[in-house]
Design a protein around this ligand. Structure first.
Ligand code: UD1
Length: 352
């Protein structure tokens, strides 16, 4: 049983799903319904060819406790009905945490894809999800050496840890459009002459001052360099509450996966608080400014591919990148690690 619920998980699950089918292993995909708008869910299922969910719990939006609680109840029922040999969960969302808890209580083996990531900031709901999930799982699929060492440092047995490579990296290189022209025309921008921006994390959207600072900063930048801003529904709702209107920013709804990759690869700079987009930018050779004080992907910062922009530093960091980072190397691994196939081989050992 694979459990998904939020946008980035659809991308990771699609890669694994294809590899499971190729290996002749049966998958029941369960959607918690954490993301439910067509642009946040259905569009990803269609574009990535994900299988129809065996069950959709339709939990929708709620406070963290209520949302996770509804998922826990629904996932327990789904596991009792479908009797999976093993459960696979992805990343660090509330759907991940609920999947880990439900399976652990039912004593079903659990595998966690993207294990061992830590930002060190327990103020982020995702950090809590990562820590609890990793300690409940039987199989921990760490994307790299650093995440594997993190798990060891927390006392997790090396027998449970496997370095598999990063499934998002494999997905990025599989799906990046060869020709971004259609997307650039749709968003009315020119190659390497615009900024691609997204904001959705609660620490940036739920504090009105912080959200206003980010949007006003981007709006100022957009006077000189076009900025394509793709708003997550929660960000759009918060901006409506603030009655904030862009003067120069080009405002859009959430981009589908292929369009987001095309915008990412073709932009001059990415400004984001997304964990996925900051990595995609580095792999696609675009510098990024991360709208956070910490990141669970510290090598992006140490390599010079990304710069952190805690409150009060957005404009300064964007100017720094535009001035200094033109020819800076970004993280472009030479070869694709076949992460999905490596994971399927590991799962086969549990299931068969
Ligand atoms: C979740 C994950 C985050 C991930 C992100 C990807 C958690 C704690 N966070 O954050 O790690 O980076 O997904 O996008 O699980 N909303 C809609 N329609 C939707 C989905 C959400 O309108 O289809 C709005 C609702 O107002 C909702 C808000 O967005 O309350 C937040 O959605 P939620 O799923 O709680 O968390 P994300 O911010 O999307």
């Amino acid at each position: 049983m694979t459990i998904v619920g939020a946008r980035p998980q659809f991308v990771k699950a699609a890669m694994l799903s294809r590899a499971l089918r190729a290996a002749g292993l049966h998958e029941d995909l369960v959607h918690t319904g954490q993301h439910y708008d067509d642009a946040m869910s259905g569009a990803f299922f269609r574009q990535l060819g994900l299988p129809e969910p065996a069950i959709n719990l339709h939990v929708g939006s709620a406070s963290h406790g209520a949302q996770t609680g509804r998922m826990l109840e629904g996932l327990e029922r789904a596991m009792l009905d479908l009797c999976p040999d093993t459960v696979v969960i992805f990343g660090d969302t509330n759907s991940t945490l609920a999947g880990a808890l439900a399976a652990a209580k039912l004593k079903i083996p659990i595998a966690h894809v993207e294990a061992g990531m830590r930002s060190g900031d327990r103020g982020m709901p995702e950090e809590i999800n990562r820590i609890v999930t990793d300690h409940l799982c039987d199989q921990l699929y760490a994307p790299d050496q650093i995440s594997s060492e993190q798990l060891l440092s927390e006392g997790i047995s090396p027998k449970r840890i496997h370095i598999t490579g990063d499934i998002m990296h494999e997905a990025t290189l599989c799906h990046v459009p060869v020709d971004p022209l259609l997307t650039l025309n749709a968003y009315q921008v020119k190659l390497k002459s615009f900024i691609y921006a997204t904001v959705h994390r609660s620490e940036n959207t739920d504090d009105q001052g912080r959200l206003r600072e980010i949007l006003e900063g981007l709006d100022t930048i957009a006077k000189d360099l076009p900025v394509v801003f793709c708003a997550h529904p929660r960000t759009a709702a918060k901006l409506a509450e603030l009655s904030w209107k862009a003067k120069h920013l080009s405002m859009h709804g959430p981009a589908d996966y292929a369009s987001s990759l095309a915008l990412c690869a073709s932009s001059r700079l990415v400004v984001t608080d997304s964990g996925g987009l900051q990595r995609e930018a580095a792999w696609l050779g675009t510098p990024s400014v991360i709208l956070r004080s910490s990141t669970e992907w510290p090598t992006l910062v140490s390599s010079g591919a990304s710069r952190l922009a805690p409150p009060g530093t957005l404009l300064e960091q964007v100017i720094n990148v535009l001035r200094d980072d033109v020819n800076k190397p970004t993280i472009k691994p030479e070869k694709i690690t076949p992460t999905a196939s490596i994971i399927v081989d590991l799962l086969r050992r549990v299931v068969l």
